[in-house]
Design a protein around this ligand. Structure first.
Ligand code: CP
Ligand code: NVA
Length: 310
């Protein structure tokens, strides 16, 4: 750890960082991304190791953390439930004590958020949430950076959330409160966002709409996610019926501002939560969004290990 930087931070929820820390991270990401695009070597994490623990499937999270860590000069250890003692009932607290004596940083994708909290409580090194049932902060970090990159500040803007009141929705709510934008939320009955999950105490930063078209009206950004998140597969049949009208289509995009963007954390199901003409259309920035996972996470890892640079 850099001399003078001793306060260990975890990144388990979006609200774990303050608005001014986000301002720094977004500015720094712009620089780190530009340097990367110019093939400039930048390896501040030489000899540092990231352990990545996956209890659920992943493409983007794995590739972005792994490639990002190697680019910064470090290395990674990849663990899954099936190939470690985590799947054989070793207590999470014991796993945390052991793993965090050998690596410098841990990224975890798991089920209940309490599980990552328990790991963090016994970890000697920073822990990053790579998705839990309740939150997906690294994704919203990338999404907000992508918005800023394309359109400038997100403060005062309207983001429409169409779909499930899931981990992404909870995290968007926290981001709205911290970064000063409004979330227009439309979910089917029974799948509402519970603001208490993210610790949101007032309704200043969000508004609920029964009709998804109304949520999209005059929005600066329209975003959605799968109808059935990982871990909820048993509910798939009921969800397909309940979510039938929550497909982001051309009509919803037409109700948004003319320069509105469309985002989706991916993987996507064309014809379910989003029409092909929207996700593959000119307002969609989903590929930039996916790429930016790597750039923002490189900066997040640098920040958690070395603090502010410059
Ligand atoms: N968006 C996201 O987290 O993708 P993966 O599930 O592929 O990691
Ligand atoms: N809400 C989805 C996001 C996947 C990246 C899930 O949890 O499966």
């Amino acid at each position: 750890m850099k001399p003078g930087y001793s306060l260990m931070k975890h990144y388990l929820q979006f609200k774990d960082l303050r608005a001014e820390e986000y301002a720094y991270l977004f500015e720094r990401t712009r620089l780190i991304k530009t340097r990367f695009k110019n093939y400039e070597r930048y390896q501040p994490l030489t000899d540092r190791t990231l352990a990545m623990i996956f209890e659920k499937a992943s493409t983007r999270t794995r590739v972005s953390f792994e490639a990002g860590m190697y680019q910064m000069g470090g290395s990674v250890v990849h663990l899954t439930t099936g190939d470690s003692q985590l799947g054989r009932a070793e207590p999470i607290e014991d796993s945390a004590r052991v793993i965090s004596r050998m690596v410098d940083l841990v990224m975890i994708r798991t089920y209940e958020h309490t599980k990552i909290e328990r790991f963090a409580a016994f970890s000697r090194v920073p822990v990053i949430n790579g998705l839990t049932n309740e939150f997906h902060p690294c994704q919203i970090l990338a999404d907000v950076f992508t918005y800023i990159e394309q359109r400038g500040s997100i403060q005062g803007k309207v983001v429409a959330w169409v779909g499930d009141g899931n981990n992404m929705a909870n995290t968007w709510l926290q981001a709205a409160e911290i970064l000063g934008f409004r979330l227009h939320v439309s979910t089917p009955g029974g799948y509402e966002v519970d603001p208490k999950v993210g610790g949101i105490s007032t309704d200043d930063c969000y508004k609920v709409f029964a009709n998804p078209l109304d949520a999209c009206r005059d929005a600066d950004l329209v975003t959605t996610d799968v109808w059935t998140s990982m871990g909820y597969e048993a509910e798939n049949e009921a969800r397909v019926k309940a979510f039938a009208d929550w497909c982001v289509d051309a009509e919803m995009m037409a109700a948004a501002k003319p320069d509105a963007l469309f985002m989706h954390c991916l993987p996507a199901h064309r014809g379910e939560e989003v029409a092909a003409e929207v996700i593959d259309g000119p307002q969609s920035v989903v590929w930039d969004e996916a790429e930016n996972r790597m750039h923002v996470q490189k900066v997040l890892m640098e920040y958690l290990l070395l603090g502010r640079i410059g």
